[in-house]
Design a protein around this ligand. Sequence first.
Ligand code: AMP
Length: 211
Amino acid sequence: MKMILLGAPGAGKGTQAEIISQRLGVSIIGTGNIIREAIASGSALGKKFQSYTDRGALVPDDLVVEMVADRLTQPDCSGRYILDGFPRTVVQAEKFAEMGGRVDAVINLVISDDEIMKRMTGRRVCETCGTPYHIHNNPPAQQGICDKCGGALVTRKDDAPETVAKRLLVYHEQTEPLVDFYRARGVLTAIDATQGMDRVTEEILAAVGEN
Ligand code: AMP
């Protein structure tokens, strides 16, 4: 099963990708995480990425597509995978198809802009391993500490309210057209992302025939 998780920033893509990856033993191709790792490494490419992420803009298509092509060559991506945060534009979706990237199911996590604004303020991420948390919806066992690696949980700079507003604009302009793109290909399932986290997981698993 090759699945894309689609939805606005804050819809719960990263959280659901983690849960489903563990439940099914499937790898995640998460462009946001790969980009954050590059930024954390301090490399020249990371610095370039940061100039986009800090202002809520998308990283240019060519760079992201190259990153995904590279990730796809790794052995854990030869079978099933979950794409989290990619594609983000129709151009990326087209290039992904051109490179032979297959998609069996696209899950659209549906949520209003208002609800996203509320959610974002509670988001935290492990600064070491990138695991996402939420102070109310998905808290760690111990406040401020990652369950997986013991790393410190921090608020991402791109989760600041003004950046979130910009990211929502970018989402509506550049990413939302993918809903029609994949609906036209008959692989889209819309799921209400405001339901409880467990319910959303069950609906995703049912949609991909893994329940
Ligand atoms: P995410 O964690 O998926 O919300 O990604 C964080 C940031 O990384 C986004 O706001 C973008 O700046 C960048 N990013 C992640 N995935 C992509 C992508 N597929 N295309 C362009 N930029 C991306």
